[in-house]
Design a protein around this ligand. Structure first.
Ligand code: GLA
Length: 394
């Protein structure tokens, strides 16, 4: 669903029974090209921000509360602004919004009473960061004309998820939503929180394929992986006291000492350390327009997630294994947290329609389910939406 400002304004005015013109903020979803589960291990990631975004319309109100309406959930939540500092997660969609308000309040930033109307183009549960898009667009909306450093904006949005919602995610999704840029991927160093933009070859299309499955296991397995990486760090620390995270472990040192790490944390560490290195190799291949090498790295990353990190599933492996046999496909891999969601594919533009037809029919035949295809063109990061004069109400 592509949203246009006029629909957002009408939705807002109808729901809140007002003619007040809201301000609108947009924050994009993302697709990660390579470097999965490396962010909370302080390694490298290589995502692009997408045109698909979450939109938040906001206008000040006199009722003393944040009234929050989700167009996608057809549901309203409300919290008196005086209670935001003491608010607790409820397990509902509104946690992501109230969590951002709570984190801003903790920074001493006053959250004012307002009507808030939210709609998103980013499909939930797809591994394309619908939560980060919601958090970042909410943070911008609640800040209004007040500004904070972009890195701080990403961190506040991340804390809404780690501290308030209680999901121990890394910084990649929120950072990408803030720093996205047209025509470029973002190579993020999750330790220094610095980034560089890398141009992608023009001669390849990036397409995400949504398996339309999201296995429940996802959230608990994510926590488990975070803990297993910490176990690996603890084991490596015995041999080198300077190691604080898997980022501090080079691939060559890991290869020397891996036998002394228990099997499961060893496999997790092997994925993280090798995938972080694959980010650097992928960026170099991208700069050199080496599509074959980019594709090879994609597949290596997928196998590492499949066998070492063990976060793929039957549907996703099928999509990857089928895609890489099709003409014009350089590589395919799962993207995002795992256990369903999307694959990301590097496809020669001339083969795109053939690719979609073949994958669609194979997937339907095997699982009785239709996949969805999203053309992924690197888009700008979050910001206020400038409204054409004709969109505003008098
Ligand atoms: C989720 C998390 C990110 C990252 C990815 C896996 O999207 O929110 O921080 O860990 O999974 O790369």
């Amino acid at each position: 669903m592509a949203l246009i400002p006029q629909e957002i304004i009408s939705g807002f005015c109808e729901h809140f029974g007002t003619t007040a013109n809201p301000d609108i903020y947009r924050a994009p979803g993302r697709v990660n090209l390579i470097g999965e589960h490396t962010d909370y291990n302080l390694g490298f990631v290589f995502p692009i921000a997408l045109e698909m975004a979450c939109y938040v319309a906001i206008a000040p109100a006199e009722h003393g509360s944040l009234r929050i309406y989700s167009h996608d959930w057809s549901d309203e939540a409300s919290v008196p602004v005086a209670f935001i500092a003491d608010a607790k997660a409820s397990g509902e969609w509104s946690d992501y919004v109230i969590g951002v308000a709570h984190e801003l309040t903790k920074l001493g930033i006053l959250v004012r009473a307002a009507n808030v109307w939210i709609a998103s183009e980013v499909p939930a549960g797809s591994g394309l960061s619908s939560s980060a898009a919601l958090e970042v667009s909410t943070a911008l909306a609640l800040l209004g004309s007040r500004s904070i450093e972009p890195v701080e904006l990403a961190r506040v949005a991340q804390r809404a998820e780690t501290q308030f919602v209680g999901m121990p995610c890394g910084i990649m999704d929120q950072y990408t939503s803030v720093f996205g840029r047209e025509h470029a991927a973002i190579q993020i160093d999750c330790r220094s929180l610095e980034h560089q933009y890398v141009r992608l070859p023009d001669s390849v299309s990036i397409v995400a394929v949504n398996s339309n499955v999201k296995h429940e296991l996802g959230t608990s397995a994510y926590r488990e992986r975070v803990a297993e990486c910490q176990e690996a760090v603890a084991a490596i620390k015995q041999l080198n006291g300077d190691v604080k995270s898997l980022r501090d472990v080079s691939l060559s040192f890991f290869q020397e000492i891996q036998e002394s790490i228990p099997l499961v944390p060893r496999k997790r560490a092997r994925h993280v350390i090798s995938d972080s290195q694959r980010v650097l190799d992928f960026a170099a291949a991208s700069r050199a327009n080496d599509l074959d090498e980019m594709g090879r790295l994609f597949v290596a990353s997928h196998r590492s997630m499949q066998y070492d990190y063990e976060i793929t599933c039957e549907e996703i492996d099928f999509l990857v294994d089928t895609a890489i046999k099709l003409p014009g496909v350089y590589g395919a891999r799962m993207t995002g947290g795992g256990f369903g969601g999307c694959t990301v594919n590097l496809v020669a533009p001339g083969q795109m329609s053939h690719f979609q037809e073949r994958l669609d029919s194979a997937y339907r035949q095997r699982f009785g389910l239709a996949p969805a295809f999203y053309d992924c063109v690197p888009a700008r990061g979050a910001g206020r939406v400038d409204l054409p004069v004709s969109s505003t109400r008098a």
